[in-house]
Write a protein that binds this ligand. Structure first.
Ligand code: ZN
Length: 217
């Protein structure tokens, strides 16, 4: 794929974005990580992300996007709300943060532009259980076009996980030679427990089911 190019990775220190970070390191000559804070449940998430980026030897930038937690209620940023474990019949679980990925991609593009970076990498996936609208391929393509038009640039938004379920994300980490790093050092758990997590929150259930399935193969 692309060589002699640079990429900016939207990076949270979780399983998906860490796999994307290493995917980018394999496919681009230089990589930067961008980590958003927006009142998530655990500040610790940012420290974990920073540690992983340091270990990978890449620049790590934190951007305060807390304003999105002030726009609408969701259970990721409102710590008094109980998280939906499943997707309600005709709406989205309350972990959905409306507009998040559009805002994040826009901010990321502005930052990428300031570094002369054309490639933006994000770990969104359509195979995700919750089916958030801003994780879908059509949205990403549309956002890519809009952002390019807005800035008169030719960014390419890469979504290496778009069509992979969790089992396939584990397989990709293994392929990239970072299975142990992803397994032992990332934080996906909504309760802030690193690696295998609490085992009970929706993020843990998804991560651990995928891992078990991958290890069975
Ligand atoms: Zn958990």
């Amino acid at each position: 794929m692309q060589t002699n190019q640079s990429a900016l990775v939207l990076f949270s220190g979780g399983q998906d974005s860490t796999t994307c970070l290493y995917w980018a390191l394999k496919n681009f000559e230089s990589v930067r990580a961008l980590c958003f804070t927006y009142g998530q449940r655990h500040v610790q998430e940012v420290e974990i992300a920073q540690k992983i980026a340091e270990k990978a030897g890449i620049p790590f930038q934190i951007l305060d996007a807390t304003i999105i937690s002030q726009l609408a209620e969701n259970s990721l940023t409102n710590h008094d709300m109980i998280m939906d474990k499943e997707k309600p019949q005709d709406s989205y679980p309350n972990t959905f943060v409306p507009g998040r990925n559009l805002i994040f991609l826009t901010f990321a593009a502005v930052i990428a532009r300031s570094h002369g970076i054309k490639n933006i990498v994000t770990g969104v996936s359509e195979a995700d259980y919750s089916g958030y609208p801003d994780c879908r391929d059509t949205f990403i393509r549309s956002a890519n076009t809009t952002i390019n038009l807005a800035m008169d640039e030719q960014f390419i938004i890469h979504t290496p996980l778009m069509w992979r379920n969790k089992t396939e994300v584990w397989a990709l980490a293994d392929e990239l030679g970072v299975f142990d790093i992803v397994k032992n050092e990332t934080l996906t758990c909504y309760n802030g427990i690193v690696a295998e997590g609490c085992g009970e929150c929706p993020a843990c259930l998804l991560r651990n089911e995928g891992l078990e399935e991958y290890l069975r193969k």
